[in-house]
Ligand binder design. Structure first.
Ligand code: S3P
Length: 437
């Protein structure tokens, strides 16, 4: 059980107004941090994620021999191990971070030695069988505890695989690619639904060659190892999954005006903007540029007088929007037509069972909602009241219901608000800055 340590009281707002820049993307920061620590040379990153999850990645990489410094201006400087890690004396603590555990397991599977990875109570419940299969097919040994962490990777020289992922997962794809990077021959990962491609772009930025193809409806990534990585300097784009909370908040109030600068707009992540547009918000991309193959831009959202309409998220959309579904569900009661979410079973094995917790918290605020095994139906045209929300130790639930609270009648108490710091420590401060009361 997670012990909540912090409560936040959220008062209703009139509007969302302002212009901000988001802290660095969590997914990209994990990858830049891990690859820089593994590469040769000194890398430097501006706007590196401030979240506890990315700090877990950096702490693990330090234990493995890399050195990490935070410079006075916030730049994160990483000196890499040059392709060979130091066997750690203690288990590697991945904290709450599934990305750290799954991606690092792949990196370590090709390193000689035995590595034990542990996590907090939430991470220790999450499925790890999905990385055992491909890594064992490559010749590593992965010992799980009842399908979960703690896990031990016994690594060494591997052989390449051609693996089709049964569940769309960028973490699993990355796990295999990081093992393939160090393995003689060509390792291929195929996926039916294309997941976020930050690893592919980051590997290229660090000097690796990878090949991407689309055949028979499957998108594939192939890497021929072994290949060395060399240090880079980069600015991490603002996190669009963190921006999602403010975009959703703005969408609650006709007349809101929000501008987000330096925002990561990688097409495998920016589906949110299309869905918000389909839901009835007006979104304009005011500026767009490329940085280390990642698209970065300025986005403006305005909400028309009639507010939001209705929308459905299913099929590949559900996989691409998986982290944004709680907040989209949380604002849906205030729309005219509501939301229908399906094919999102993966939500049940995230930091919490996000379907159960979203449904329970919507009901606590007085909403009508129907739970499905793989999603939910949230009708529109509802009025919600303030309530006590249980964040369940899940950062995205804490933030999603802080947004729902902005249009409720009365105040809402978020229990376990400290969870927001897993991805977005600045969340409550920025929300206060943007919300007009
Ligand atoms: C992530 C991928 C997604 C996402 C998670 C971050 C990543 O998980 O939910 O927050 O950085 O690769 P899966 O790849 O397991 O779906």
């Amino acid at each position: 059980m997670h012990t909540a340590t912090e409560e936040r009281l959220i008062r209703p707002a009139k509007n969302i107004l302002g212009s901000i820049r988001l802290p660095g993307d969590k997914s990209i920061s994990h990858r830049y941090g891990m690859l820089a620590a593994f590469a040769s040379g000194v890398s430097r990153f501006r706007n590196f994620s401030t979240g506890a999850d990315c700090a877990s990645t950096l702490a693990c990489m330090t234990q493995l021999g890399a050195s990490v410094r935070r410079l006075e201006d916030g730049t994160v400087e990483i000196t890499g191990v040059g392709g060979t890690v130091r066997p750690p004396s203690e288990p590697l603590d991945c904290g709450n971070s599934g990305s750290t555990m799954r991606m690092l397991s792949g990196l370590l599977a090709a390193q000689p030695g035995s590595f034990t990875l542990v996590g907090d109570a939430s991470l220790s419940r999450r499925p790890m069988e999905r990385i055992r299969k491909p890594l064992e097919a490559m010749g590593a040994t992965l010992t799980l505890t009842d399908g979960h962490a703690p896990l031990t990777v016994v690594g060494g020289a591997l052989h390449p695989v051609d693996f089709t992922t049964p569940i769309p997962s960028a973490q699993v794809k990355t796990c295999i690619l990081l093992a393939g990077l160090q393995t003689a021959g060509t390792t291929t990962v195929r996926e039916a639904i294309r997941t976020r491609d930050h690893s592919e772009l980051a590997l290229r930025a660090f000097g690796a060659q990878i090949e991407r193809n689309l055949d028979n409806g499957l998108s594939s990534v192939a890497i021929t190892g072994p290949q060395p990585l060399s240090a880079i300097e980069a600015t991490v784009p603002g996190d669009i999954s963190s921006a999602a909370f403010f975009l959703a908040a703005a969408a609650l109030f006709p007349g809101s005006q929000l501008i987000l600068d330096g925002l990561g707009l990688n097409p495998t992540r920016a589906t949110l903007l299309d869905v918000l547009t389909a839901f009835g918000a007006q979104i304009a991309v005011l500026h767009l540029e490329e940085q280390n193959a990642e698209l970065v831009g300025t986005v403006q959202i305005t909400t028309p007088a009639q507010g939001l309409g209705s929308t459905e998220i299913s099929g590949s959309l559900a996989a691409q929007l998986i982290d944004e579904l709680p907040v989209l569900a949380a604002i849906a009661p205030y729309s005219r037509g509501g939301i229908r979410i399906r094919d999102a079973r993966e939500l049940r094995v995230k930091e919490s069972d996000r379907i159960a917790l979203t449904v329970a918290n919507l009901r606590a605020m007085g909403a009508e909602v129907t739970e499905h095994e793989d999603g939910m139906d949230v009708p529109g045209g509802q009025s919600l009241h303030g309530a006590t929300i249980d964040a369940g130790g899940d950062h995205r639930i804490a933030m999603a219901f802080s947004v729902a609270a902005l249009r409720a009648s009365g105040e809402t108490l978020i229990r376990g608000a400290e969870a927001a710091a897993i991805s977005f420590p600045e969340f409550f401060e920025m929300l206060d800055f943007l919300a007009e009361r």
